[in-house]
Design a protein around this ligand. Structure first.
Ligand SMILES: [Fe+2]
Length: 506
């Protein structure tokens, strides 16, 4: 006893507490059990006759059965719920695809949703959408899950691969184990570090029936791809094919419109050899400024088309005025000014899409001035579209740096003086400042784009120089280390082909 008491006392308080907690847990476990309940009841009451025990056992058995039945029912319910979830998974995936199609227009984002949902619906590891480049006779990955960064896989249509075979035959291919199939090229795995097992490829068909790509899914998590997987992938592939075909058709239309507008602009520029390339250069300067000022993508397109077409109204100005040597009379100048309103009238007849609907107005405002003294509407400040204010800077810069019938190319210092003095009266100062902050190499590339010597100019030399700094150097600014001789090189480029003794008429 004493020993026991001693040993109990010797046990640390923490250990005693642990013992106590073990005991109470044990006791709780005993009480939790229905059989224990019965035994205790009989023990406490002191009845040990067989009948009473048998009654208790029956009760216990009934209780046990009830609990077992409950448990089994719960299991069945959970299995049914799982089955229901599995059955609904493809449908909910399809719902998300349809919802994305209703709200998203960008092909890349849509294909991203489709491949992600396909991965979940088919319980597989990776999905890739290959698009056929018929000219190059290659299939390239428009979407490829698992490829890091902007890596792209290109597969020759004539080569030995499952995707190429699918594109060539226009038939679905379902392979349970790629390494057992002679069409599988293990080099693909070696290049990507991936381990392919099961493969399912479905050809993407255009409305005319021709193959435009392949939808490939890899490595189903539980066994090979099933017939049901094939059906789902066929459906999703049809959706992806429709979207790609639509995007390709849209791209073709955009390229057609782009080229048509460029050609129309050139027909105006080329009426006079001295203005050849003016519209393209104004477009390129405008885009440089627009990008530097973070103009959104959709507005960049409006800027491009507006800049390209800004002088289209010159088609309505007689050549004898456009080509006149020397200064224009006030009447002739008034006739030239009409080109802005003619630009608006002509462009308004073109069925621009909603995204480009501002082009006629933006293009026709390129001679407006922020102080309201411009033409042809006499708009002021922010009433002039921001994109037109960019075009105004680009247009004047190009006009001053180009040879005209009535003057030679203006010295660059003077051009800068005119541009700076136009801040906040003619021009929006933020646009002028953005222009002067452009990298000089980019400005020179546009400036000299129509001249043969442009190809020889050493862009590397001007790489770290803003246009503003270049003008400072050309105007006699002291060159810092690494800037020596740059002003002379620029002079050589800018004045090449001009008479050394030319006099500016401005
Ligand atoms: Fe103009």
């Amino acid at each position: 006893m004493a020993k026991d008491a001693k040993s109990k006392a010797a046990k640390p308080a923490k250990a005693q507490a642990a013992d106590k907690s073990k005991k109470s847990a044990k006791s709780a476990a005993v009480h939790d059990h229905p059989a224990a309940d019965c035994a205790l009841t009989t023990g406490v009451a002191g009845h040990d006759d067989v009948e009473s025990r048998s009654e208790s056992l029956s009760k216990f058995e009934a209780e046990l059965n009830k609990r077992e039945v409950d448990l089994i029912e719960r299991e069945i319910k959970s299995l049914r719920q799982q089955e229901e979830l599995d059955r609904l998974r493809p449908l909910s995936g399809l719902y998300r695809v349809v919802r994305a199609m209703a709200s998203e227009r960008r092909l890349d984002s849509l294909l991203d949703v489709i491949t992600r949902e396909t991965q979940v619906m088919l319980k597989c590891d990776r999905c890739s959408v290959f698009v056929l480049d018929a000219q190059a006779s290659e299939l390239w990955t428009q979407v490829a899950q698992g490829l890091v960064g902007h890596r792209m896989i290109r597969i020759p249509v004539g080569g030995n691969s499952i995707v190429a075979e699918c594109a060539r035959t226009g038939r679905m291919i379902n392979i349970p184990d790629a390494y057992q199939d002679p069409r599988f090229d293990p080099a693909v795995d070696r290049n990507t570090g991936y381990q392919t097992s099961s493969v399912l490829c479905v050809p993407m068909l255009a409305r005319g029936g021709e193959v435009i790509g392949v939808f490939q899914v890899l490595n189903k998590f539980d066994g090979p791809f099933t017939n049901e997987d094939e059906d789902w992938l066929e459906g999703l592939t049809a959706v992806a094919a429709g979207l790609i075909e639509q995007a390709q058709a849209y791209g073709e239309i955009e390229r057609f419109v782009d080229k048509t507008l460029e050609t129309l602009a050139q027909t105006i520029d080329q009426r006079d050899p001295l203005t050849a390339g003016h519209s393209i250069r104004v477009t390129n300067y405008s885009l440089l400024v627009g990008q530097a000022m973070n103009v959104p993508d959709d507005d960049i397109d409006v800027l491009r088309y507006s800049a390209m077409m800004h002088d289209y109204g010159k088609i309505g100005v007689p050549e004898k005025i456009l080509w006149k040597d020397g200064r224009l009379t006030p009447e002739e100048y008034a006739t030239v000014q009409k080109h802005a309103s003619i630009t608006y009238d002509l462009l308004s007849n073109l069925p621009f899409t909603r995204r480009l609907q501002d082009v006629p107005f933006v293009a026709s405002c390129h001679h407006e001035k922020v102080d309201g003294s411009g033409y042809y509407r006499g708009l002021k400040g922010e009433d002039i579209p921001f994109l037109s204010r960019i075009i105004a800077v680009a247009d004047v810069f190009d006009a001053l740096t180009s040879k005209r019938h009535y003057r030679n190319r203006m010295p660059i210092e003077k051009v800068s003086e005119i541009m700076y003095s136009g801040r906040d009266n003619h021009f929006d100062s933020t646009c002028v400042d953005a222009f002067f902050q452009l990298p000089s190499a980019r400005v020179i590339a546009v400036l000299e784009s129509e001249r043969e010597r442009a190809a020889n100019f050493d862009a590397e030399l001007f790489k770290n120089l803003s246009w503003q700094r270049l003008v400072e150097l050309v105007s006699g600014g002291h060159p810092k280390r690494g800037e020596e001789g740059i002003a002379e090189v620029f002079d050589g480029i800018y004045n090449a082909g001009l008479p050394a003794d030319y006099q500016s008429l401005d």
